[in-house]
Design a protein around this ligand. Structure first.
Ligand SMILES: Nc1ncnc2c1ncn2[C@@H]1O[C@H](COP(=O)(O)OP(=O)(O)OP(=O)(O)O)[C@@H](O)[C@H]1O
Ligand SMILES: [Mg+2]
Length: 165
């Protein structure tokens, strides 16, 4: 069953930290679908995801808008794609991400909402929106995946009621 968390991100550091928390709970084979308008913080969130996956902090995580997919080596492989410039779901399929996912990589796509049918049922969706200069994230996905984010782990994290990182 899907669950939904709303998280207020008061400053860029909170976006990064949410990404780090998501990255540290990933085991491989997960699909992260990122949504939100231009400049919402998707790439910054991915910088955190990479950190949480143990990607070398010296490796710059930048927008894959022009190369379409970037690959990072962490505890598991991370494929970071951007659907912004793609014209169709076929072009997205041609990136070979489904195979990578089956092979145990983490696949994350910015602008995943442009082709929502591409995301598997088990995807974790993170929608970012601007909120008075800050950002708000709505995270939706299988309850098992979200438990690690909302868990009472003392990290001061999210809550289903709308916590603050
Ligand atoms: N919680 C936040 N509060 C305020 N600013 C934030 C927050 N999170 C991210 N930002 C800022 O938003 C800006 C855009 O971030 P980022 O490049 O990650 O967005 P994006 O969604 O990837 O954009 P694009 O759609 O162009 O790919 C950055 O300057 C970043 O610091
Ligand atoms: Mg981006």
């Amino acid at each position: 069953m899907d669950e939904r968390l709303t998280i207020d991100l008061a400053a860029p550091e909170a976006t990064l930290e949410l990404g780090r928390r998501i990255g540290s709970m990933l085991k491989g084979g997960e699909f992260l679908a990122l949504a939100g308008p231009l400049g919402a913080g998707k790439t910054l969130l991915m910088r955190g995801v990479a950190a949480g996956l143990g990607v070398n902090p010296r490796e710059p995580v930048v927008s894959p808008t022009f190369v379409l997919v970037r690959e990072y080596a962490g505890r598991v492989r991370l494929l970071h794609a951007d659907a912004y410039r793609l014209g169709s779901i076929e072009e997205l399929r041609q990136l070979g991400l489904e195979e990578q996912l089956s092979a145990g990589a983490v696949v994350a796509i910015e602008w995943a909402d442009r082709f929502p049918d591409f995301a598997p049922e088990s995807a974790v969706w993170v929608a970012l929106e601007s909120a008075a200069g800050a950002r708000r994230a709505t995270v939706r996905g299988p309850s098992a995946a979200l438990a690690a984010l909302s868990g009472a782990d003392g990290a001061g994290g999210a809550s289903a009621a709308g916590g603050r990182l």
